[in-house]
Design a protein around this ligand. Structure first.
Ligand SMILES: NC(=O)c1ccc[n+]([C@@H]2O[C@H](COP(=O)([O-])OP(=O)(O)OC[C@H]3O[C@@H](n4cnc5c(N)ncnc54)[C@H](OP(=O)(O)O)[C@@H]3O)[C@@H](O)[C@H]2O)c1
Length: 162
């Protein structure tokens, strides 16, 4: 099964200058909880945005068109989404974590969406790909806690393909 995990602003922005446009530690925690122990699939730029290298306790699968792109030994490099099945089990929940082109690449395959909707507009250079929400039903919705470290209103939503 394929799931998407991401956070998007009110104006659909997801990235700026190779990083996230916001600081929202509660969303980082949610991301960690949702992806922990699952394979994660990401574009080369998202992989390079991690300050401390591959994310631990998750098989990190990076997509690049460059077959010679160098990744650490623990990381899997693929150049086409058809290679994914060689590295994941049929019963895995495979977490596609972006960026935009990678969400677009998997949008017909995705079964579940974990989205953090941030009720604030941000400037950015990457926007979420358009998804057809008519094909999904909302199964969970939780207001995020706003405090001095999480200053923007946000909601965690989960959708399942109908
Ligand atoms: N808010 C969120 O939840 C979230 C999530 C993820 C990322 N982000 C942000 O989004 C930005 C990065 O996203 P991005 O969309 O610019 O880049 P990206 O999707 O992470 O990476 C793009 C790269 O992926 C490879 N790629 C894309 N399509 C491919 C295909 N069909 N086959 C093979 N390889 C393919 C290419 O790598 P090569 O150039 O090496 O060929 C391409 O340059 C950052 O700012 C990051 O912080 C935000």
């Amino acid at each position: 099964m394929i799931s998407f995990v991401w956070a998007e602003a009110k104006n659909h922005v997801i990235g700026v200058d190779g990083h996230l446009p916001w600081t929202l530690p509660n969303d980082m925690k949610r991301f960690k909880d949702v992806t922990m122990n699952h394979p994660i699939v990401m574009g080369r730029k998202t992989f390079e945005s991690f300050p401390n290298g591959p994310l631990p306790k998750r098989l990190n699968i990076v997509i690049s068109r460059n077959p010679d792109y160098q990744v650490p030994e623990s990381v899997v490099l693929i150049t086409d989404k058809s290679q994914l099945k060689e590295f994941v089990q049929p019963d895995d929940e495979v977490m596609v974590i972006g960026g935009a082109g990678i969400f677009d690449l998997f949008k017909d395959d995705v079964d579940r969406l974990y989205v953090t909707k941030i009720d604030h507009e941000f400037s950015g250079d990457v926007k979420m790909t358009k998804l057809d929400y008519d094909q999904f039903k909302l199964t969970e919705k939780k207001e995020g806690i706003v405090d001095d470290k999480n200053i923007y209103p946000y909601t965690f939503e989960t959708y399942q393909r109908i």
